[in-house]
Design a binder for this molecule. Sequence first.
Ligand SMILES: C[S@@+](CC[C@H](N)C(=O)[O-])C[C@H]1O[C@@H](n2cnc3c(N)ncnc32)[C@H](O)[C@@H]1O
Length: 202
Amino acid sequence: MLTRNLDILHGEFREELNTRQTLVACMRVAVLRLGHRPERDKRITTHVGLVARAFGAEEMLLNGRDAHVEESLTDVVKRWGGSFRVRADISWKREVIRWKEAGGKVVHLTMYGSNLPGVIEDIRRCDDILVVVGAEKVPAEMYDLADWNVAVGNQPHSEVAALAVFLDRLFTGKELLDEFEGGLKIVPSPKGKQVLYPNYGV
Ligand SMILES: C[S@@+](CC[C@H](N)C(=O)[O-])C[C@H]1O[C@@H](n2cnc3c(N)ncnc32)[C@H](O)[C@@H]1O
């Protein structure tokens, strides 16, 4: 469950934030990690999951199983709150087709796609969005199944960076104010570290 820290906001920005809340209320975002290779992608796939959670997605789907990735992300949710889930061992194609049949849209992030600024307004309608990020080589079929193939700049970089920028543009930056229920809380501070441990009443 996500809530926004409205107390620190005022006036116009507070108004704008309500737009984000409306978006969140009607839009479900999940991330599909395609082509995970357990022998070399553990860390980067974990980071895809961390970014998905921190930047407002509800769930990560993983084709194949990787206990390390699943445990790391489950542990973060346990400590830091919210209801982000990892669903492993899925068939990517079946999930993509099912998502579309249920009325959702599929955005595949690839440097070959339409550049983000040109399409984000269309994507930011109140539909459920499945964001697909690849590893080494993405099957050609994915490009056809996607409603949008989207480039975060037409240069090669990283699925972690592409996902972060995409979600930030999708949620217009307001996801950075999300609070996650039931976990540790950081008190933003100009210096030092301040952490609240709600389970211990501090
Ligand atoms: C190691 S990169 C492979 C680059 C790849 N040939 C491609 O199609 O973007 C792994 C993943 O990072 C993401 N990615 C890398 N650069 C990107 C960019 N400029 N725009 C969007 N996604 C990108 C894609 O999801 C890609 O499948």
